[in-house]
Write a protein that binds this ligand. Structure first.
Ligand code: GLU
Length: 304
């Protein structure tokens, strides 16, 4: 594994396709040459190359932990009923997708369903806030302390016009289970959490390991949820490019416009890669190549 990760890094590090996301001003200014790969094995061993400690915006990768949290709190069937698990085949913030599936927001892994999932989260105790539950759960999945990148949070809050429309449109369909502004704020905050490639690889490995964090050895969620969340990642993890990704690579994965991607190889290991320049669907170009390189070399395509 060490050789494969190093080779992937060396082979891909000088590629220059893609462009930083610029619809969120903070992301446009992240150094574009950052690049890191981290693999977390079931033993908890971490195999890393490049900028794997740099803290970048988790963005839409955060949709995965909150979907798991909703399934843990309500049960997977209830999440299917309240949000859904259908691929949209459309961009991450598509309003058309909501209009087409007006009976439900389709999946917690697009903006609409993710805002809906945030609206469902129950605080752990009377005294705790929903936010503490969301970030606390993500910390357990990643096995480390996390915090919001305040500048990113402000940048997103100032410019999230489309997401505001989504929250209120969903409210009109009865799919926001709390105050829409509060739910949108929780979503914006969770997207602004700073994570490293190492932390995301531990999160991916916890899913691959059926809910037990391989580093802390703690059970974070019920094992039956692993195949549920992995199926969602397989159908919509790359938005409108998901079919192409699964066809070419065969690894359930979730991307974020901050440049991070995490991939889950069930019962095997988790991979995360990070590089800010993204393609037109919002998926990091170098991170896609790095994960594909590793999956191909190790022949771990889940359909293989
Ligand atoms: N916070 C971003 C948004 O809602 C996340 C998008 C993404 O990473 O795909 O626009």
């Amino acid at each position: 594994m060490h050789d494969v990760v190093n080779l992937a890094y060396e082979t891909i590090k000088n590629e220059s396709e893609g462009k930083n996301a610029d619809y969120i001003p903070y992301l446009a200014n992240v150094p574009k040459d950052l690049f890191g790969i981290s693999v977390c094995m079931p033993s908890g061993e971490l195999i890393t190359a490049g900028d794997t400690e740099y803290l970048f915006g988790i963005e839409s990768v955060s949709k995965v932990p909150t979907a798991i949290l909703a399934m843990q709190q309500y049960g997977a069937d209830k999440v299917l009923e309240m949000i859904g698990a259908d691929a949209t085949g459309l961009p991450f913030n598509s309003i058309l997708a909501i209009l087409m599936e007006s009976d439900h927001p389709s999946t917690p892994l697009v903006n609409a369903g993710a805002i809906s999932a945030c609206s469902m989260v129950k605080p752990l105790e009377e005294s705790t806030k929903k936010w503490d539950t969301i970030i606390g759960f993500l910390e357990e999945l990643c096995g480390c302390k996390l915090s919001v990148i305040e500048e990113l949070y402000k940048s997103e809050t100032d410019t999230n016009y489309t997401n505001r429309s989504i929250a209120w449109l969903l409210k009109s369909y009865g799919r926001i289970y709390d105050d829409p502004n509060v739910s949108l704020d929780l979503y914006t905050r969770q997207c602004s959490i700073g994570v490293s490639a190492v932390a995301l690889s531990v999160l991916a490995a916890t899913i691959a390991n059926q809910g037990v964090n391989p580093v802390t050895k703690e059970r974070v969620f019920d094992s039956y949820i692993s195949p549920k969340i992995t199926s969602m990642m397989s159908t919509v993890g790359f938005y409108e490019h998901t079919g192409d990704w699964m066809f070419t690579t065969g690894a359930p994965a979730k991307t974020g416009v901050g440049g991070g991607i995490m991939a889950v190889l069930p019962h095997q290991f988790g991979i995360a890669a990070f590089a800010p320049p993204i393609d037109e669907a919002g998926n990091s170009v170098k991170a896609q190549k790095a994960i594909k390189y590793i999956v191909d070399k190790l022949q771990v395509n889940i359909f293989g």
